[in-house]
Design a protein around this ligand. Structure first.
Ligand SMILES: Nc1nc2c(ncn2[C@@H]2O[C@H](COP(=O)(O)OP(=O)(O)OP(=O)(O)O)[C@@H](O)[C@H]2O)c(=O)[nH]1
Ligand SMILES: [Zn+2]
Length: 328
């Protein structure tokens, strides 16, 4: 238990690699937090040690007199990894996370395709998604946006429980009940916050993480003095005990899913997947086959398994898109 805590401080550790947590990612450079909470910039030793935020790594301090920046020797095995992939590249968001909060807002109007894509990527990575709709104080646009989410609120698991938690928020209010509900939602977990620009990600972090701005500025300054690029993804502890974390990551736009096979889409879209076993043909693509139980539910308004027409459109467009993947 206490093995990591009792590791000697970096300066006297000689050449023994120590375990650390990646709490910042800036292109190829990382910020690694040691067991005692100290943070330092580390560079990957080679391609194989390319780490992302949330990774547990073995890192090595520099030899005496050679500055503060360490090297990442090894990335330890990941429990999960959330990423996206387009024609040319893969972007890794974070590893070893418990849940992903997809933060959208009444304004700017959210893209349902982007939301669906983020949910699919989370399902594929076996990470629990939560949908939060912010800016409930903007009554009319909020109402419209909430209605646009009705298909997501209606998706149920076999036992009748809601598959996706969908929560309304007003992050500019200082309502203590909302704050407590958020604390409960995040307690003891690491939660990646994803969302389009302007949805309120920084507002959320500043509300729940005291001193978040200061911490970010300190790291940016350290990185700038070493001529590194600016922060991209950051891990924030919400508590002194370092058991609850929020991870802020940009890059919600252009959410490519080229790593997912089109035939895996029903597994990652639970409303479609619920019916996919009942089609006449075992290898039904749900696009044109006779006896397709999925297509039947699109027209079946009022059914408890009704598949929303927009969801079905997103499914068929994605099926087409992923069939063109240059990665396969
Ligand atoms: N009316 C209203 N405005 C909000 C609410 N939450 C956040 N905002 C405002 O929305 C704007 C965008 O919020 P940010 O927290 O900067 O959004 P972000 O997601 O971090 O945006 P990027 O940094 O561009 O990715 C700010 O002006 C916030 O004050 C809310 O509940 N209601
Ligand atoms: Zn079918």
């Amino acid at each position: 238990m206490s093995k990591r805590r009792s590791a000697p401080p970096a300066s006297s550790a000689g050449n023994a690699p120590q375990e650390g947590l990646v709490v910042g990612s800036h292109g190829r450079h990382c910020v690694v937090e040691t067991a005692d909470g100290h943070r330092r910039i580390c560079h990957p030793r080679g391609k194989k040690s390319q780490a992302v935020v949330g990774d547990r790594v073995l890192w090595l301090a520099p030899p005496p007199g050679q500055g503060e920046e360490g090297t990442i020797e090894k990335v330890l095995e990941r429990r999960n990894l959330l990423y996206r992939r387009d024609e040319i590249r893969t972007k890794m968001f974070a590893a070893n996370i418990d849940q992903v909060l997809i933060l959208i807002a009444a304004e700017p109007v959210f893209s349902e395709s982007q939301l669906a894509r983020a949910l699919i990527a989370a399902e594929d990575a076996h990470i629990q998604p939560i949908i939060a709709l912010n800016k409930s104080d903007l009554e009319e646009p909020f109402f419209d946006a909430w209605m646009r989410l009705s298909a997501y609120r209606a998706i149920q698991d076999e036992d009748g429980s809601d598959h996706y938690p969908v929560i309304p928020l007003n992050l500019t209010s200082d309502d203590p009940d909302q704050r407590e509900a958020l604390m409960d939602l995040f307690a003891g977990k690491s939660t990646l916050v994803l969302g389009p620009s302007g949805s309120g990600k920084s507002t959320l972090i500043n509300l729940l993480v005291p001193g978040a701005n200061v911490a970010t500025n300190e790291i940016s300054q350290a990185l700038n003095s070493g001529k590194h690029t600016t922060t991209t993804t950051t891990w924030y502890w919400m508590d002194e005990a370092r058991s609850t974390a929020l991870i802020d990551s940009p890059g919600f736009q252009e959410f490519g899913l080229y790593h997912i096979a089109p035939t895996d889409l029903p597994r990652c879209m639970p409303d479609i997947g619920a019916k996919a076993q009942e089609c006449k043909f075992y290898n039904c693509t749900h696009l044109h086959e006779p006896g397709c139980a999925v297509m039947a539910e699109v027209d079946n308004e009022g059914s408890p398994h009704h598949i929303d027409a927009n969801r079905y459109r997103i499914y068929s467009e994605l099926f087409e898109e992923l069939s063109q993947s240059p990665w396969r």
